[in-house]
Design a protein around this ligand. Structure first.
Ligand code: SAH
Ligand code: SF4
Length: 377
């Protein structure tokens, strides 16, 4: 999303408080106006400057002539029988990303995307199979939360916060879009913004080791690491990034992260693939790898199959037997419930059915040509 549209108006949705303060200064306004503006946008969901009753009319007019507050166009919205809501957002040039709201009795969780497509290319992930299209900018990341929060408030007739937890588990590898991610995380945590607890904002990563270290220093939030295998040869195949950052290095980074993490454990995600990573021997190997080495919880995820993967979901019995070995060995383990199955909102199915893979491949082939063209002009 371009910050400035065709009419020359600046979209304020992706500005964090600092950015908005700088913008206000440019307009010759006091910095504290930025706090008011930020609260109107993110706490109250205002998209019209005329709603902002505590700003002087002259400032509202000035803003309206220079700026706008616009989220992403919604391509579709699906409501599941269990209350899960899935939105598909248009991010231009044929790309779409998804966000999913999952209501539970004591919380509301929003799963959002960080990229259109993903470059990591995990075997079992439909986003990975699509290839990488582009990074989302901060505005496009936060717009998913803005839209979900304020549309759900209206739908549920609530004036208070509906979304208490955000997980970066939609499309994309958040730590390969670090510069856009961190300001978006700060907006989620900001008391003038969404006011979410650090413990309730989770970055999920396939293991970009140097960026785990940077996140620890810049903006420590809860961390989930997609492990999926207790050994390097198998993980190399499932998560190609493992060849660059093998398991031992990844676990060291997890331990460094724990020094500053808001929670005293790392969540390891483990997608259960029939006959691939779900044997009792592999469960024992996982225990040996983690017990006493990294403070953690393990989340076993039933695989959501898609045709191109050639993989199958482990049976319920197999998952339970695997979980039992971990639990008996003292590792805290949960088996993820699948939610929103009827609307394809479960993990790894986001936007899978919508993306035109042919287009993505064409774009990937064209990209180097565009770079060459830009350099020679
Ligand atoms: N790129 C990040 C975050 C997005 S993926 C990461 O990999 O962690 C979010 C989670 O969904 C990851 O744990 C990923 O392994 C899992 N996942 C991907 N495809 C899946 C599928 N088909 N079935 C079940 N889980 C899947
Ligand atoms: Fe990318 Fe995560 Fe999918 Fe792997 S699982 S391809 S890192 S989105």
């Amino acid at each position: 999303m371009d910050a400035v549209n065709l009419l020359g108006l600046t979209n304020l949705i992706g500005f964090d408080l600092e950015g908005l303060a700088a913008y206000c200064e440019q307009l010759g306004e006091k910095r504290f106006r930025a706090t008011q503006l930020f609260r109107w946008i993110h706490q109250k969901g205002a998209s019209d400057f005329d709603q902002m009753s505590d700003l002087a009319k002259s400032l509202r007019d000035k803003l309206a002539s220079r700026a706008h507050i616009t989220a992403l166009p919604v391509i579709s919205e699906h409501l599941s029988a269990d209350g899960t809501v899935k939105w598909l957002f248009d991010v231009g040039a044929g790309d779409a990303v998804e966000a999913v709201f999952i209501p539970e009795t004591d919380r509301g969780t929003l799963c959002i995307s960080s990229q259109a497509g993903c470059a990591v290319g995990c075997r079992f992930c439909s986003t990975g199979h699509q290839g990488f299209s582009r990074n989302l900018d901060t505005g496009e990341i936060i717009a998913q939360l803005w839209y979900a929060e304020h549309s759900m408030r209206k739908r549920l007739g609530k004036s208070e916060r509906v979304i208490s937890n955000v997980v970066m588990m939609g499309m994309g590898e958040p730590l390969q879009n670090y510069n856009a991610l961190v300001p978006a995380l700060r907006m989620m945590l900001d008391d003038h913004g969404y006011g979410l607890s650090r413990r309730r904002v989770t970055v999920s990563t396939s293991g970009v080791v140097p960026m785990i270290d940077r996140l620890r220093d810049d903006c420590p939030v809860a961390l989930a690491v997609s492990l999926h295998s207790p050994t390097d040869p198998l993980r190399d195949q499932l998560v190609p990034l493992n060849k660059k950052y093998p398991i031992a290095e990844l676990l060291d980074a997890c331990n460094r992260y724990l020094d500053k993490a808001p929670r005293d454990f790392i969540t390891f995600e483990y997608c259960m693939l029939d006959g691939v990573n779900d044997t009792p021997e592999q469960a024992h190997a996982l225990v040996d790898l983690l017990r006493g080495h990294v403070s953690c919880k393990i989340n076993l995820i039933p695989f959501n199959p898609f045709p191109a993967s050639g993989l199958k979901r482990s049976s319920r019995e197999r998952v339970m037997a695997f979980a039992e070995i971990l639990i008996q060995s003292g590792l805290v383990t949960t088996v993820r419930k699948t939610r929103g199955d009827d609307i394809d909102a479960a993990c790894g199915q986001l936007a899978g059915e919508v993306q035109d893979r042919t287009q993505v491949q064409v774009r990937m082939v064209r990209a180097p040509m565009m770079v060459k063209g830009a350099g020679s002009s």
